[in-house]
Design a binder for this molecule. Structure first.
Ligand SMILES: C[S@@+](CC[C@H](N)C(=O)[O-])C[C@H]1O[C@@H](n2cnc3c(N)ncnc32)[C@H](O)[C@@H]1O
Length: 284
């Protein structure tokens, strides 16, 4: 792909994240409920101490970094960053709500991180790396900004078949003819899910002491409408389709989802959808 085309693709992807930012803000508490075990793993394995400098990349609403900010106080601080200005606005608001003061906010790109070399004790990145066009470049950049021996703790999504919370709804759009099947290859939710790929990328970027672990997550919804509302807020592709559906088409989609998720629905209509994420820690 020529440079100009890559630039256009990056711009389109970031526009989509900017557009999704208010929805991510609305759902941030619910998101952190299911995502907490992942943040806890990352922050624990980053082995933080007071006085240290932490950078969170692709931070979105910023919660993992805010947990780290508490641990590096007093004396230490957090740079909470994202490439999308809208996401940074959400994170700023959330930091104020959570009373986090040892934090500064920067608009940073994962693939070319505008921070000095060897300036961070730890880098955190939950569910960001698989979204970039060049994850190898992003990992080289992570290693460059870490002090020698500093820790990178990250999470990417595991295989599609381990994540029915995401695949049932995206599959339903395709099965009902509302969306094209996702393109093979390229950035996306499952781009780094292939067994061994994350470890290989980390090693190639020069990281050592690489340790990865799958973490189970569960997304709970009281009913299918809440599942749809959450997806609407998080996934711009779904939101674009849902907006244009008529009443009957929406009913058909709801029924389709309930059928496809039948093994995860209880008698009262509450839904518990499982998922799996790959967490990794490595030394620069
Ligand atoms: C799936 S969300 C994850 C947000 C947050 N880390 C979390 O775990 O809730 C992905 C985030 O990556 C950001 N992002 C996407 N591409 C990026 C890039 N090239 N550089 C930095 N951030 C990026 C998006 O704006 C969005 O906030």
């Amino acid at each position: 792909m020529v440079q100009e085309e890559l630039g256009n693709q990056r711009e389109r992807m970031l526009d989509a994240w900017d557009a999704a930012a208010p929805g991510w803000g609305r759902q941030a508490d619910r998101m952190q409920l299911f995502a907490l075990p992942v943040s806890e793993w990352m922050v624990r394995r980053a082995a933080l101490e007071p006085g240290q400098q932490v950078v969170e990349l692709a931070a979105g609403p910023g919660d993992t970094g805010f947990m780290a900010a508490r641990l590096v106080a007093p004396g230490g601080g957090l740079i909470s960053s994202d490439a999308a200005a809208g996401m940074l606005a959400v994170a700023r608001e959330r930091a104020a709500e959570h009373g986090i003061t040892n934090v500064e906010f920067k608009q940073l790109q994962l693939e070319w991180i505008d921070l000095p070399a060897a300036s961070a004790d730890a880098v955190l990145c939950r569910w960001g790396l698989m979204l970039v066009l060049d994850p190898a470049a992003a990992l080289r950049e992570c290693r460059r900004i870490l002090k020698p021996g500093g820790r990178l703790a990250l999470a990417v999504w595991d295989l599609p078949q381990s994540n029915p919370w995401a695949t049932i709804i995206s599959g339903a759009l395709v099965e009902l003819g509302h969306a094209e099947p996702p393109p093979q290859g390229g950035p996306g939710m499952f781009a780094l899910s292939h067994p061994g790929l994350l470890e290989e990328l980390l090693a190639t970027a020069g990281f050592s002491d690489i340790d990865t672990e799958p973490i189970t997550i569960v997304r709970r919804y009281p009913n299918v409408s809440e599942w749809i509302a959450d997806t609407y807020d998080h996934a711009s592709q779904f939101a674009a389709v849902w907006k244009d559906l008529g009443g009957e088409q929406r009913d058909r989609l709801r029924e389709h989802l309930l059928r496809a998720a039948v093994e995860y629905v209880d008698d009262a209509g509450a839904i518990e959808l499982p998922g799996s994420t790959l967490a990794a820690v490595a030394l620069a």
